[in-house]
Design a protein around this ligand. Structure first.
Ligand SMILES: Cc1cc2nc3c(=O)[nH]c(=O)nc-3n(C[C@H](O)[C@H](O)[C@H](O)COP(=O)(O)OP(=O)(O)OC[C@H]3O[C@@H](n4cnc5c(N)ncnc54)[C@H](O)[C@@H]3O)c2cc1C
Ligand code: SF4
Length: 488
């Protein structure tokens, strides 16, 4: 445990941020880390609560009080070992996780919770800086070959686990660089891509083979994969973007958020020129959708130098505090204000977009909205009601659709003969991650639908155990203990 009286002595302290005007000048991460002494005090706030609910709040089952204790004592190497025992990539979750663990922290009942996510990031960063994160190639090879399709966090976590079990793993990625949405969705100001590269180097040194520009089902046939590998794990993500089927959605200036973000990340990465991106410079931008993707579009638009950024969300405005029906330790749906929001945006809730308006040349010049109300009835799906006399027209020359994803692409399912579920994910249960075709497994967003990095890593680890058991009859790869909290 941390320090017995730590939670009485120290207040929660988060890392700092560079000033908005400075951080908008580039795409670099802009956090200012706490000094080591302060970090130790934050670890000391963990109070040996007896039943650490944070464990079950974390989809990976991270051993949070154990690493907090080591941080408090300045034993960073042991903290890093504990953290890596359950999480292959704490440098990603330490930056990007919404931290359901903190919502389940016992201290959070009447105080600010322990800064678990930030402690995790610092453990990971110190471990890299000190050279403690090293390649550990397996001592023995099993002679079995596994293909992992997709190099997002689920595919990478699964690949590392399966390689540790001694299988020869090849990761196939259709994009030019590895990382999935870490690389091409999430902007550099949240995750600089050198953070992914240094981890990939370790995985390569452990013996994992990465094949990029390798689109399974297109330039790599499923027959080749089936013939060459003993097992196949599909981690292709939930990449089908939700559209908005209204008049004018074909106009020049209406774009999917992922098209906008991917091109920008490719440009920051030096893969494409500035004139190939979708630029928000000097434009009145409206971002439709109030989630993580929408927030990333806001931060990117402000860095481009947009004239204004407005954000619409169709759901009603959540409360700042915990809603009464989501008490501790459950994950609450409350108002989230991100660092990108703080860089400049006007946010509107309970707004539905009815039409995009164009000029005679087919360029977007505005959009029409209406205010809505959600009607909740016991046992029925919520109903959306448009409020009379609330129609409004907005000026806009760039509309970004950040409406989420509707499931996995069908190509792989069709070519491998896999069943899909009613939510358009590839069908496999958490029991064994196996599809209806023997030897083919699936994990991550492709199996569970649009989710989080922490879930993708968790799914990759769990699936790896079951693939290993399929190949060897049993597996020593760890499985997480199941918590009893409803999951984010
Ligand atoms: C803009 C944005 C911001 C986000 N921000 C956050 C955040 O801050 N925190 C958080 O926790 N989560 C966030 N998420 C969600 C998170 O990124 C995903 O849940 C996570 O990346 C899913 O991991 P995955 O491995 O299942 O799939 P993905 O990361 O989607 O990776 C799938 C990979 O498979 C490849 N692929 C697909 N089909 C094939 C094929 N046939 N052949 C070869 N390769 C193929 C794709 O090119 C891709 O690289 C965000 C998502 C988006 C879109
Ligand atoms: S991975 Fe996320 S939920 Fe788990 S301990 Fe880290 S911040 Fe918390």
């Amino acid at each position: 445990m941390g320090k017995t009286t730590g939670f009485l002595e120290y207040k929660r302290e988060d890392e700092g941020y560079l000033k908005v005007e400075n951080r908008l000048k580039n795409y670099k991460e802009f956090t200012v880390p706490l000094k080591e002494e302060k970090l130790k005090n934050q670890g000391a706030r963990c109070m040996d609560c007896g039943i650490p609910f944070c464990h079950s709040g974390c989809p990976l089952g991270n051993l949070i009080p154990d690493f907090n204790d080591k941080v408090y004592k300045g034993r960073w190497k042991e903290a890093a070992q504990i953290l890596h025992a359950t999480n292959n990539f704490p440098e990603f979750t330490g930056r990007l996780c919404p931290a359901p663990c903190e919502e389940a922290c016992v201290l959070g009942i009447n105080e600010d919770p322990v800064t678990i996510e930030n402690i995790e990031k610092n453990i990971a960063e110190i471990a890299f800086k000190e050279g403690w994160v090293e390649a550990h190639p397996p001592k023995h090879r099993t002679g079995k070959k596994v293909a992992v399709v997709g190099s997002g966090p689920s595919g990478l976590a699964a690949a590392q686990q399966l390689n540790r079990a001694g299988h020869l793993v090849t990761v196939f990625e259709r994009d030019a660089r590895v990382g999935g949405l870490l690389r091409y969705g999430i902007p550099d100001f949240k995750l600089e891509k050198k953070i992914i590269d240094r981890r990939i180097k370790i995985l390569e040194n452990e013996g994992i083979i990465f094949q990029t520009n390798a689109h399974v089902g297109q330039n790599i046939s499923v027959e080749t994969l089936k013939a060459d590998f003993d097992a196949i794990l599909l981690c292709g993500g939930a990449t089908v973007r939700r559209n908005i089927p209204i008049k004018g959605n074909h106009l020049k200036g209406v774009h999917q958020a992922m098209e906008f973000l991917k091109k920008n990340n490719q440009h920051v990465d030096g893969l494409i020129d500035e004139d190939e991106i979708i630029s928000a410079k000097n434009k009145k931008v409206i971002v439709i959708g109030g989630g993580d993707t929408g927030s990333d579009c806001i931060g990117t638009s402000n860095r481009h130098g947009s004239t204004s950024v407005t954000n619409f969300e169709i759901l009603s405005k959540p409360t700042k505090g915990r809603p009464a029906h989501q008490p501790w330790p459950y994950w609450p749906m409350r108002l989230k204000t991100t660092t990108s929001h703080k860089e400049g945006v006007e946010r509107f809730f309970s707004i539905s977009t009815k039409e995009f308006l164009g000029d005679k040349n087919g360029n977007l010049i505005g959009l029409k909205t209406v205010e809505v109300e959600w009607i909740f009835k016991e046992g029925e799906r919520p109903e959306l009601k448009e409020l009379p006399d609330t129609e409004k027209t907005w000026d806009c020359d760039l509309a970004l659709l950040a409406l989420g994803f509707t499931g996995a692409e069908k190509t792989l399912a069709e070519q491998f003969g896999l069943e899909m579920d009613f939510r358009s994910n590839i069908k496999a249960t958490e029991k064994d991650y196996a599809t209806n075709v023997k030897g083919i497994f699936t994990a991550g967003d492709m199996r569970r639908g649009q989710s989080l990095i922490v879930w993708a890593i968790s799914e990759g680890r769990q699936a790896a155990h079951h693939v290993d058991a399929f190949l060897m009859g049993k597996s020593n790869l760890p499985l997480k203990e199941e918590g009893d909290l409803p999951r984010v």
